[in-house]
Design a protein around this ligand. Sequence first.
Ligand code: ADP
Ligand code: MG
Length: 142
Amino acid sequence: MAVQRTLSIIKPDAVAKNVIGDIIRRFEENGLSVIATNMIHLSAEQAGRFYAVHAERPFYKDLCSFMSSGPVLAMCLEGKNAIALNRQLMGATNPKEAEEGTIRADHADSIDANAVHGSDSEENAAIEIDFFFSNLDINSRL
Ligand code: ADP
Ligand code: MG
């Protein structure tokens, strides 16, 4: 399986719950390495640009307002099959449907406040990593 990079965001709800360490522990215990971090309080405009693919969805405005409601921790993760592995560790978008033991099952309160973001494809991972990080911020651990 190929080594990949993916973007993870610990969303404002999980940062506020002080579970950053628990979430990163799950990544590390499953073979993913943190190779860049950026704690940032996004403006609504920045959140809107990040989630531009969802601009036509009915929840877009609420999503941008939630994502700019407090600081987030953006991270670049590296490892074998990182994109799908991160999605698996996250669990389903709606925490009610998330498998037991996943980050969202354990830490998300609702489909809006669902603790984490993860890139869904190689193409989007590259775009999303580039949104938060310059090459100089990324420290490969291979
Ligand atoms: P994921 O984060 O699992 O990749 P999506 O890309 O489909 O999910 O949606 C992006 C984010 O938008 C979700 O994480 C969630 O916070 C929010 N969202 C998605 N669907 C809904 C919905 N039906 N109602 C409210 N918020 C939603
Ligand atoms: Mg998505």
